[in-house]
Unconditional design. Structure first.
Length: 353
């Protein structure tokens, strides 16, 4: 019989949005494809994090300045046990550094180097007001009308690129190589707009779910405040979208903050890393065939009222991670206990058999 081990990190919040501590395995039920699973590991101990930071340099200049002013606080949000890679993107993706120690001088220098200029705010309106001199909706003094009818107002789609999908995929390929016992995170600082990527969001999400990678994000700029930046946020068919981040975080079990002020962006760094470390993890053996590569829907339930559970909706099997996980279990049965007598690792509670 083929047996595979799968672990699910999840966040639990109360009705006020506060994280809920003190849960035990007795409070939790986990399901895969609608079938109740038998948990063999339950822990609230934070694992070391392998995080790829993705910084959006395609934001407007004023938003870029706020991000630049905030980056100095980012390094302090991580522990000495974490490792960090940094990517930036605009009309393409650039790896600023591969994984390096979170508290190293190198990371501080890389973050300083990752500060960008940003783009000019959207200027896409043409029409009578775009002419140098207009009387009664007619251009005068030989000003060309550019082919537009007098008195009309048109919208010219700007040629700007926000390759968010490609940036997350490039970061994910680095994070996927991290030790499977580390928590794999992509942390995005962006306005959430997407246009011009070669990869589709569906393809990227599948890669993330196959490699157990969560996306967490700080959303910045006008997109972070409801009602602001209306023209810049309009969705014209076949053009950019500004709602990509919530889809990534929801699909992978992460969360995102919306912050407009520089101080809020700085506070978001520590807030998000605190929530990453406050997650629970439940692990179980699935009896699905390893040759079945289709999506497996998962659900975590907590047997307490008025709580919100945040986790990924499912996963695609990963043969490489499963093989390494089973090998680790054989070397250290306490990681995945298989009998009532198996001793639990510190901070880990084996479920009753």
């Amino acid at each position: 019989m083929n047996v595979q081990y799968h672990a699910i990190p999840f966040t639990v919040k109360d009705s006020k949005g506060h994280m809920v501590p003190g849960l035990t395995y007795r409070d939790v039920r986990v399901y895969e494809n609608g079938v109740l699973q038998h948990p063999v590991v339950f822990t609230s101990d934070p694992a070391p994090v392998s995080v790829a930071i993705v910084i959006d340099q395609s934001v407007t200049q004023d938003t870029m300045e706020k991000i630049n002013d905030s980056l100095g606080a980012l390094q302090g949000a991580f522990s000495p046990y974490d490792e960090v890679a940094v990517f930036t993107y605009n009309n393409g993706v650039k790896e600023q550094t591969g994984f390096t120690a979170a508290q190293s001088a190198r990371l501080g220098a890389v973050l300083e180097h990752s500060k960008g200029i940003g783009r000019e705010p959207l200027q896409g309106l043409t029409g009578p007001l775009a002419h140098d001199q207009v009387i009664n909706n007619q251009p005068i003094d030989g000003v060309a009308d550019n082919g537009h009818l007098p008195g009309t107002l048109s919208f010219t789609v700007p040629k700007e690129y926000h390759t968010l999908n490609d940036a997350i995929l490039a970061a994910a390929k680095d994070v996927a190589r991290a030790d499977f016992r580390r928590q794999r995170i992509i942390y995005v600082i962006s306005d959430g707009k997407e246009y011009g990527s070669k990869a589709t969001q569906k393809e990227v999400i599948r890669y993330l779910l196959t490699n157990n990678i969560e996306v967490w994000a700080t959303q910045v700029g006008d997109s972070a405040i409801k009602g602001l930046g209306f023209v810049d946020r309009m969705h014209i068919p076949f053009t950019l979208r500004d709602d990509a981040l919530p889809k990534y975080t929801a699909a992978t079990g992460g969360l995102f903050d919306s912050e407009f002020r520089p101080r809020g962006i700085e506070e978001s760094f520590s807030h998000i890393t605190a929530e990453v470390r406050g997650q629970y993890t439940v692990g179980y053996y699935t009896h699905e065939s390893p040759f079945n590569e289709s999506f497996r829907k998962t659900e975590v339930r907590v047997l307490r009222p008025s709580l919100t559970i945040i986790c990924k909706d499912g996963y695609y099997p990963n043969a490489a991670d499963n093989a390494r996980g089973r090998a680790a279990a054989l070397r250290n049965p306490a990681v995945v206990p298989t009998t009532p007598a198996a001793s639990a690792a510190p901070g880990t509670t084996p479920a009753p058999q």
